[in-house]
Design a protein around this ligand. Sequence first.
Ligand code: ATP
Length: 302
Amino acid sequence: MIKHLSLKAYGKINLGLDVLRRRDDGYHEVRMIMQTVGIFDRIDLIREEQPGIRIETNLFYLPTNENNLVYKAAQMLMEEFSISEGVSIHLRKFIPVSAGMAGGSSDAAAILFGVNKMFHLGLTTRQLMERGVKIGADVPYCILRGTALSEGIGEILTPLPAAPQCQVLIAKPGVSVSTRSVYTNLHANQLRPEQHPDIDGILAGIRSQDIAQIASKLGNVLETVTVREYPVIQAIKDKMLAYGADGALMSGSGPTVFGLFTDPASAKRAFEELRSGPSSKLAKQVYLTNFYNTKNAPSSEF
Ligand code: ATP
């Protein structure tokens, strides 16, 4: 009997993010290049005799009730499979919150994986993904991970060859962005053709394993909304580029910015500058990491 699982829920960045249109039902049709990065939340999932779902977290402002995505994930499977025991979930957050890195979705993905394994439910990855989309549009991707093309509302996923490795500098300014309001303010059906990023160009760079091509094509249509509102995002991008980034972009609906560096020494200098140098006021959280691809990891790792 499995009593305890230690899970890692990885964050993502978007190498490309385009919104094709707003559908009549209010959902947005997207075309995104997703990439998992080596920043993760740590989750301990503990089996308990007492029924119910109990959550503890290191961030006092996160909900510990059914509003936490880990609760929703555990509840979904435990109800469907009439599990009469309970679970405790200890969630240690490291992925910046409300930042465009799908932290909550990734936590939910890890719990779906963990509950399936702990209680021997026998669901395949695809079956977990089908359930995950009901919790959030990014959850299926967070189960799949690696480099992928995401279409539809985020649920149509095509795995891609792993993007060529490089250093990834991540900086989150001290502002919070509501994903919903960014999409509302985008006015997706009125975008001009030149405002759409070249997603096919990024795909070509991934297929030819050409990081320079990928870096030159990075693009996120949501920058048109968020950068206007928070100029600090542009300031961080400019700083990364000045320190030798091959490319820099806002991730998701922001405000997190990432820079891709092929030269590790430049990446280190930019990291120091943003973390503790004269530019340290620009960002609250700064990480130096790289791409995480499941092919380089044991298949059971989560
Ligand atoms: P995305 O990139 O998918 O837009 P995000 O990075 O913008 O995600 P998250 O950090 O995943 O945003 O979620 C932020 C919101 O979700 C907050 O309002 C927070 O209270 C709520 N939330 C619920 N569960 C979690 C969780 N496990 N981790 C983080 N936030 C959570």
